[in-house]
Design a protein around this ligand. Structure first.
Ligand code: ARG
Length: 262
């Protein structure tokens, strides 16, 4: 809220942090992407990214900040066109993207996972051969599905949706047999549905020796970063400092445990 933001700004001012005046950092994000950025039934924007943004940009650095809804598929050109200052959208750091924008230090580990309806005959990765999978357009879920398609010699159909909710609806309506998407977002959907499950099996997380690997099939291991224009080094450095501070002082863990139990 604005009262909290103002108090935090005063504090940051006293500590000499930021020195940013009342400048507002606009944050581009594709919403909904629960539990990272989504609206409650009362229309309040909440989520892990939303709380991290408050902690980093406002409480630590003394900026005002504001989320701006944008399509995920065009979020990088949109940042570079100046439509907003940074990207916070559960965005995976990838080589391709790092050629177009700069990223903060990683702030979250994620995995591509596969969900199906409970009654589906699909029970392993191999069973996906020949089926239609739903993904969100422009995401690493789409890339993971594309790799799978190559692995199957082309024997996979990929349906891309503008938002992840489109892919989830398609699964519910039997228009796709599976959805490939980030683990915690799939988990939130599984939790709120009574007829959706994860595909199980060892995968990328085990191959890479990840300690807190999710208990289901992982196609990739990924890290989220905050995205910046390539000429925005000063802000990126400030944000990296603030990310380190909130990891050191327990704020990160507090926010984490609000959204993730395991
Ligand atoms: N982590 C995935 C990616 O970077 C999906 C992100 C989608 N984010 C969103 N807010 N819709 O491609």
């Amino acid at each position: 809220g604005s009262a909290g933001a103002a108090a935090a700004f005063t504090l940051a001012g006293c500590l000499g942090g930021g020195g940013s005046g009342s400048e507002t950092i606009t944050i581009g994000s594709d919403i909904p992407y629960r539990p990272f950025e989504y609206e409650t039934t009362e229309g309040e924007l909440v989520g892990f990214d939303v709380d991290i943004a408050q902690a980093v940009f406002t409480d630590e650095l003394g900026y005002e900040h504001e989320f701006q809804k944008t399509s995920f598929d065009s979020i990088i050109p949109s940042l570079n066109n100046g439509n907003f200052r940074v990207i916070m959208s559960a965005m995976t750091i990838t080589e391709d993207r790092a050629e177009q924008i700069d990223f903060s230090d990683p702030y979250f580990t994620a995995y591509q996972t596969v969900i199906v309806l409970n009654q589906s005959d699909i029970s392993s990765k191999e069973d996906l051969r020949g089926v239609t999978v739903g993904v969100q357009k422009g995401t690493t879920g789409e890339s993971a599905a594309t790799s799978l398609k190559e692995e199957f010699g082309g024997d996979l159909t990929i349906q891309s949706y503008d938002q992840v909710t489109g892919a989830f609806d398609a699964l519910r309506n039997n228009q796709v047999s599976a959805v490939v998407n980030d683990n915690t977002v799939n988990a939130a959907f599984v939790e709120q549905s009574d007829n959706v499950r994860f595909l199980e099996g060892a995968g990328a997380a085990e191959e890479q020796g990840k300690e807190n690997a999710p208990p289901y099939l992982t196609l990739t291991v990924e890290e989220y970063g905050i995205g910046f224009r390539q000429d925005d080094d000063d802000l990126r450095e400030e944000v990296n400092g603030a990310l380190q501070t909130i990891r050191d002082n327990g704020t990160y863990d507090e926010i984490y445990s609000e959204y993730f139990s395991g």
